[in-house]
Design a protein around this ligand. Structure first.
Ligand SMILES: NC(=[NH2+])NCCC[C@H](N)C(=O)O
Length: 301
């Protein structure tokens, strides 16, 4: 793919913006990223602990390179990249997904359970406010992290609750405006081993998702299917390598971490364009492309 760097610079940092996402496969126009210059393998999830057991350490230069390619790819697809300045005390800050989420009613600051991620929220809110991007609400009841939030499509919100990262209380507090506006809200409870919903389930378009069906609860899968969503199966091992953790740019073009051949092929066979990017520095720290990107605005279908 040819990357157009002249477009990428003009696509950066517009004056102000109203954060808004009605469905996580609508066309992405603006995304929030954070350079991984402070990335460290914090042993707070099973995947990172396994990497550490295997002797992994972050290469700052390689992480920056991989992140740069992600950013250039987004820009080449016409997505405006907004960037947060990395904070020294925030080793997981490049996983911008977890601190905030854009909803139909504006940007919501979340309440991460991990103490080292909690301070990311203040930083994100202040930093975006300076650029004219306002936060409309903050969740302060229970805990909730963005990896457990899937705004599947207009009218359907899916939440994950492991009880450790996202609690039922946090999920309920986040879901209240959705419920008040008549949305269906599905809550999937799972074991904390799996960290976040987005390590096991991500939407490709309004009617297709990638999912680790070996792990997802059968009742959850039945309910998802009753909403007309077909789940393309991803193996447990691919899910652990963040194979489900994709970013749909527009319901057709999918950014996926490389090294999951079977998942990439299955997704292509289902009619999607798959762009594979090397993100090994991040997957070793428990996060994939979905975690590295926080959509600020998607164009409403
Ligand atoms: N949305 C996600 N799945 N984020 C992954 C975050 C990984 C990070 N090491 C943590 O445990 O918090």
């Amino acid at each position: 793919m040819k990357l157009d760097f002249s477009t990428s610079s003009s696509l950066m940092e517009p004056a102000s913006l109203h954060a808004s996402v009605f469905g996580e496969t609508d066309r992405l126009t603006d995304v929030l990223l954070c350079e991984p210059s402070q990335l460290e393998p914090v042993p707070c999830c099973s995947v990172t602990r396994e990497s550490l057991r295997n002797g992994f350490d972050v290469s700052a230069a390689e992480a920056r390179r991989q992140h740069g390619v992600l950013r250039d790819t987004l820009a080449a697809y016409g997505v405006r990249c907004h960037t947060l300045p990395p904070q020294p005390e925030c080793p997981d800050q490049c996983f911008t997904r977890d601190a905030a989420v854009s909803t139909p009613w504006g940007l919501v600051g979340l309440n991460p359970a991990m103490p080292h991620c909690l301070r990311e929220v203040d930083h994100l809110v202040d930093s975006l406010a300076l650029r004219g991007i306002a936060t409309s609400r903050r969740v302060t009841t229970g805990t909730i992290e963005g990896g457990d939030i899937c705004i599947a499509r207009k009218g359907l919100l899916i939440l994950g609750t492991s009880g450790e990262r996202t609690t039922l209380e946090g999920a309920d507090a986040f879901a209240s405006p959705f419920r008040e506006n008549g949305w269906d809200v599905l809550v999937h409870a799972f074991d904390p081993h799996f960290l976040h919903l987005d390590t096991m389930f991500c939407m490709l378009d309004p009617h297709h998702a990638l999912g680790c069906v070996e792990v997802l609860d059968d009742d959850f899968l039945k309910t998802v299917s009753s909403f007309g969503i077909k789940v393309l199966p991803v193996s447990y091992k691919d899910s652990r390598r963040l194979g489900c953790n994709i970013l749909s740019l527009d319901g057709r073009t999918i950014l996926m971490g490389s090294g999951q051949e079977a998942t990439a092929e299955r997704t292509r066979e289902a009619g999607f364009e798959v762009i594979e990017l090397e993100i090994s520095q991040f997957t070793a720290c428990g996060g994939g492309i979905h975690c590295l990107t926080m959509p600020l605005r998607r164009q409403r279908r």
